[in-house]
Design a binder for this molecule. Structure first.
Ligand code: NAP
Length: 356
């Protein structure tokens, strides 16, 4: 440790993007020494998700702050706690998801929806860091220091590496499925089988719905059935798509690239809901007629609040739900990004942080 601009700082190793067109490379930086309410965590595993690519490559409206250390599917062990951080103790297994702070006072924070904090939630990376005056750095790193109110408990019943993606892919799909009360007697569609899609299949199936996967990849059919789909439709096949018209109560769309939303709106019954969680960089045209007849709804959803994330982790521990992961050393991160862009991952890369 040494005394930095903001007091005592903890030197940390990570991987960062320094510009949109450049590969990620090793990067040394500092974490703050835990304040009274903070928890210092040794990161064991970090999931790699598609938004890491969107942000590292500055694909979302020029909002990336460089250097950018991505990663917000973090699982680790507590190594130090601040004097008032009584919720945790040294040695506890913990997790950190997409947010590390929020105002705590606005209507959204009071409703346990910190992701919609009216002052702006502080995201785990690429946000302004109120503590250091700099930028938040994420989980592609050896350690992180987080306010205890944004640290989650994780059960030792679960495989830790396979649990890391629950912190984003898990909560992002769990939250809208719960909000729209997906369950028994409902016909549910999941569009895209990647990191988010495979968790949507597992949760929708666990909640009792009849689940159909819509995929552009015929080779994923067997996996989809193993993961919880009762039926699989190849979305490039117009005849197959036509047969599904007006059949669905709820569809969750996880696709990361430009595609036709009207094709999925047409599959909904009256009052059916299409929720977007995938975030393609380009806007998508929507036909008014796809919505007004017969009164369909198009909505979106962003991750989930801290309380609901804990609920999801506890549900997963109870039901034995984890993610299907492929472990990589941190040195393979740029290769992993290229493979993700080709949908060549089953179904989430997780970095073994012992390799940093
Ligand atoms: P991913 O693992 O790369 O999966 C995306 C899937 O989309 C692919 O596996 C593929 O499935 C499908 N796809 C890709 N290109 C396509 C195309 N051109 N046309 C149709 N389908 C295509 O990505 P992810 O990590 O699950 O993330 C998915 C999206 O969700 C990203 O945009 C990410 O930024 C966003 N996200 C949003 C939130 C939120 O809070 N709303 C949170 C996390 C992530 P098939 O091969 O099965 O077709």
């Amino acid at each position: 440790m040494w005394v930095g601009r903001k007091g005592i700082m903890i030197p940390t190793k990570g991987y960062a993007a320094h510009a949109a067109q450049e590969p990620l490379k090793p990067f040394s930086f500092e974490r703050r020494d835990p304040t009274p309410n903070d928890v210092q965590i040794e990161i064991l595993f970090c999931g790699v998700y598609h938004s890491d690519i969107h942000i590292a490559r500055n694909e979302w409206g020029g909002s990336t702050l460089y250097p950018c250390v991505p990663g917000h599917e973090i699982v680790g062990r507590v190594v130090k706690v601040g004097r008032d951080a009584k919720k945790f103790k040294e040695g506890d297994l913990v997790a950190v998801g997409c947010m590390v702070d929020s105002c705590g006072r606005c209507a959204s924070c009071k409703a346990d929806l910190e992701q919609f904090c009216e002052k702006g939630a502080v995201f785990t990376y690429n946000s302004k860091d109120e503590h250091t005056g700099g930028t938040t750095y994420g989980g592609y790193s050896k350690s992180i220091v987080v306010d205890q109110d944004f640290v989650l408990r994780i059960s030792n019943k679960l495989d830790l590496a396979a649990s890391a993606p629950l912190l984003c892919a898990g909560i992002t799909t769990y939250s809208p499925l719960r909000l729209w009360k997906v369950g028994k007697g409902q016909k549910v569609g999941v569009v895209g089988l990647g990191g988010l899609g495979h968790m949507a299949l597992k949760f929708a199936n666990a909640f009792g719905a009849e689940v159909t996967l819509f995929t552009t990849s015929p080779g994923k059919t067997e996996d989809a059935k193993r993961l919880g789909a009762h039926d699989v439709v190849i979305s490039k096949n117009e005849d197959e798509m036509d047969k599904q018209a007006n059949k669905f109560d709820f569809i969750i769309d996880t696709v990361s690239a430009k595609h036709d939303l009207n094709a999925y709106l047409e599959l909904l019954k009256r009052d059916g809901v299409l929720t977007l969680v995938g975030a393609p960089p380009e806007p998508a045209p929507v036909s008014a007629f796809s919505l007004i007849i017969p009164r369909r709804q198009l909505t979106g959803s962003l991750i989930g609040g801290i309380a609901e994330t804990q609920e999801m982790l506890d549900y997963c521990a109870d039901k034995g739900i984890t993610c299907d992961v492929e472990m990589i050393p941190i040195s393979k991160i740029n290769e992993a990004y290229e493979r993700m862009l080709k949908s060549d991952v089953k179904y989430r890369f997780v970095i073994d942080m012992a390799t940093i």
